[in-house]
Design a protein around this ligand. Sequence first.
Ligand code: PLP
Length: 450
Amino acid sequence: TTSETSTTNASTTNDQYFVRAKASIPGGVNSPVRAYGSVGGTPRFLVSANGPYVTDAEGREYVDLVASWGPAILGHAHPTVVSAVQEAAARGLSFGASTPGETELAELVRSRVSVGDQAPIEKIRMVSTGTEATMTAIRLARGYTGRDLLVKFAGHYHGHSDSLLAEAGSGLATLALPGSAGITAETAAQTIVLPYNDLDAVRKAFDENSERIAAVIVEAAAANMGVLAPDPGFNKALSEITTQQGALLIVDEVLTGFRVGPAGWWGLEASGAVPGGIGWKPDLVTFGKVIGGGMPLAALGGRAEIMDYLAPLGPVYQAGTLSGNPVAVAAGIATLQLADASVYARIDEVAALVARETSAALSREGVAHSVQNAGSLFSFSFTHGAPRDYDDVRAQEAFRYPPFFHAMLDAGVNLPPSVFEAWFLTAAHDDRAVGRILEALPGAARAAAA
Ligand code: PLP
C-alpha cells in the first residue's frame, strides 16, 4: 500500500515517527516517560528486540538497559517464551472463561514465593497491569478492615490509580509533579504520604488516626525514585506495626518480584540474603512485569482469609475481560520456569559489574554521585551522600543526567530516559553487550562532568 498512515517504512526516521505520533497520540506516547521529556531529544521508535538488544526504526541497534522496565528478565524475545506465546495464541487469544494455565501459574507463584515454611501467597488473583493489582489490593484492604485511610511513602510508585498518585515516583518524579489533576480532594485526603524509612512517622500516623488506617502500601524495595533499598528491618517493622494496629501491609513487588530473586525482595529478606528481614510476612503482595514475561499480566496474592474477601466468595469486587488472559499466562509460565538460579546469578553478576564500572567512570571525571542498589536493581543519583528518601533524591544535580544519557545513546546504549528509574539488566547481557556498555562509559562520564 502507498497510504502514508498504514505501514512502517525503513527510511522513516525517529524524528518523522515522533512528529506523526504527536498528531494522533497525546505527546506522541502512551506512557509519559517514553516522551524523553526530562532528557530532551527524540525518542527512539523501536521495531524489534532480541536478547540484550533493541533496534530502532532507523535500523540502529542499542544495548538495552530498560528491558521493558523490568519484564524482560531473560532478555528480549527468548525463543522458548515466544514459542509458548505462539502456541497459546494459536489455541485462541482470549476466552473470558477459566483456563488450566491460570491454575498452573497460580501454583507456580505460590511455590516459588516461599522460604522455609513461610509461604505468604496462599491465594492469588490475576489482573492485567500493576496498576490494577495495587488498586485492587487497596480496595480489598479497605473491604477487609472496614477502614478508609491508606498510608504510602513519598517517591514510591504503585501505578496510576487515584489514591496512589500522591507524591509518587516514576513518571511523576521525572516530570516533577506532586500528583495528578483530576483526583478529587476527598480521595487525596484519604492517602497519608510519609517519608520513606521513617518508622516514627508511621507510628505517629497510626497514633493520630486510631483505627482508621486500612493499609500501609510499600514498594518491597523502592525503585521508582531511583533505587533505594529499605533500611534493614524497615519492612519487618512495618509488618509488626500494621499487625498491632489491625491494618494490613501491602508489599508491592510489581517491580522487584521475580526480578531481584526467585521469591522477590521478600524472599531475599526472609532467607537472610539481605539483613534485618527474617521472620515476617506481608498480608498482601502485588506482582506485575516479570510475572507476565512481557505480556499484560499482573496479580495480587496473600493470606487466603483476606483473598477470599474478593468476589465471588466475598464482598469486594474485581473483574476483568482479559484477567488471566491465556496468551499472557503462557508467557508468564514459560518465563518463570526459565528464571532459575543461574539466571539470577548471571544478572547479579552483570549488574554489579555495570554499577561498579559506571561509578568508577563518574569518579574518574570527578562527578559526585551515589550508586544505590537493591539486589540486581541499581541506579545513580548525582548527590554528595547516599540518599535515604525522596527529598534527598530530588535534591540531586539532575541536570547531569541528560548529557550522560545522550552520550550513552549516541554510543549505542539505551538507558532509562530519566534519572529516577532503575537500570535493568537481563540474563542475555553477555560479554559482548556488557563490553559495549563499558566502552561507552568514559565519554558519558565526561559529558556528565561538563
Ligand atoms: N508498582 C510498582 C512498584 C511499579 O514499579 C509499577 C510500574 O512501574 C506499578 C506498580 C504499576 O504497574 P503497571 O505499569 O503495570 O500498571
